[in-house]
Structure formats: structure tokens, C-alpha cells
Ligand binder design. Structure first.
Ligand code: GAR
Length: 196
């Protein structure tokens, strides 16, 4: 079985990245991590990736000021340099320009902490609680030019319990995300492999 070269983009803790690295340690997983890239030099996940033996680099978006495309051209060069074939955004908190999305469209997926199409953007858990929803969840989707707008690959849900806060809900959702993302990324790999 051929494995796709996987780059994971993070901004912080990197627990979803860690779940992907753990899944990809299995020899029959369809992706092989080649690069972890963070837009924040102090992201905890960079240490985790290095400890797992994966190349980890920071490209600080602040160094590029307001020039989003210049930042993305630097990311793009690092991704190409590592031989990237598929990108997983895992808590990557920068909005990407149409240029970057266009370059990687069909090869880039994201995990978002809501049952899309509900609650695109930020504060997903508080918004679900405020709306009186009885369930929350996470979605893995293809990245398209619209924020949190691409075709859904897979979702997982959990009940919102009486007394839940955004924090308790996020904490209960996290292990659900960690199970969802490796499964959904494997599906995405099958699609990318089929188009060549
Ligand atoms: C995760 O809950 C992920 O779904 C969310 O950020 C967290 C990152 O945690 N992503 C977004 O909000 C993207 N808009 P992690 O760094 O521990 O994986």
C-alpha cells in the first residue's frame, strides 16, 4: 500500500496532531507524517512532534505583518520541500487566502469543533449551549475558500449535558475528535489516492 506524505498544520497544543501521529504509527495507515508546521513558534505541539521523530518547524505569521500571502508562500515552500501530498489542519487558527486554498484544494482537510454547517468560526461550544442544542460534535471537512464551508467527510457527536459549560463540553469533545480525525483522514487519503 502506498502512503501519502502528510503535513499537519497546528497553532497550539496539538492534541489532534498527536492523535494523527499515533494512528500513522501503524504501518497500514494510509498517510506518513513528513512535517508538522506551526504559525506560532511557541506551540506546544512542536515539541510533541519532535519527540515523535517528525520534522517540526515554525513559520511565524507575525514576521510577515499583514502580508498573508507572503506568509503562505513560506508555508507552501516548506510543504513542497517536505514532499507533502495531503495536509491536515489540526487547530490551525489562521484563515487561509484563496491563493493557498486553491493550491491545495482537494488535498487539504480540517477538523472543526461543531456539527457543521452549524457554528462556523469561533466559540462553537458556547454558541451551541446558548442555542439550547442537545448535542454538539466535531466535523472533518475538505477545505474550501469559504471558512469552515467545505464538503463534509465525517462527523461525530455527543450529548450536551445539563450544566455543561463551553469548557466541560470542549473537554468531553476532545477524545471524540481524537477518534474521529484519524478515521476521517484515512477516508480523505483514499480519495486523494484515487485521483492520483
Ligand atoms: C480542537 O478542538 C479543534 O477542533 C479546534 O481547535 C482545537 C485544537 O486543539 N479547531 C478549531 O477551532 C478550528 N477552527 P489541539 O491543538 O489540541 O488539537
Amino acid at each position: 500500500m502506498s502512503r501519502l506524505n502528510l503535513a499537519i498544520l497546528i497553532s497550539g497544543r496539538g492534541s489532534n496532531m498527536e492523535a494523527l501521529l499515533r494512528a500513522a504509527a501503524a504501518p497500514d495507515y494510509p498517510a506518513r507524517p513528513v512535517l508538522v508546521l506551526s504559525n506560532r513558534p511557541n506551540a506546544l505541539g512542536l515539541e510533541t512532534a519532535l519527540a515523535a521523530g517528525v520534522q517540526a518547524v515554525a513559520i511565524d505569521h507575525k514576521a510577515y505583518g499583514k502580508d498573508r500571502e507572503a506568509f503562505e508562500r513560506a508555508m507552501d515552500a516548506a510543504l513542497i520541500g517536505a514532499g507533502t501530498e495531503i495536509i491536515a489542519l489540526a487547530g490551525f487558527m489562521r484563515v487561509l487566502t484563496p491563493w493557498f486554498v486553491g493550491k491545495w484544494q482537494g488535498r487539504m482537510v480540517n477538523i472543526h469543533p461543531s456539527l457543521l454547517p452549524k457554528y462556523k468560526g469561533l466559540d462553537t461550544h458556547q454558541r451551541a449551549i446558548d442555542a439550547g442544542d442537545t448535542e454538539a460534535g466535531a466535523t472533518v471537512h475538505w477545505v474550501s475558500p469559504g471558512v469552515d464551508d467545505g464538503e463534509i467527510i465525517q462527523q461525530a457527536s455527543l450529548p450536551i449535558l445539563p450544566g455543561d459549560t463551553a469548557e466541560t463540553l470542549a473537554a468531553r469533545l476532545l477524545p471524540v475528535e481524537h477518534a474521529l480525525y484519524p478515521a476521517a483522514l484515512a477516508k480523505a487519503c483514499a480519495v486523494v489516492a484515487s485521483v492520483g
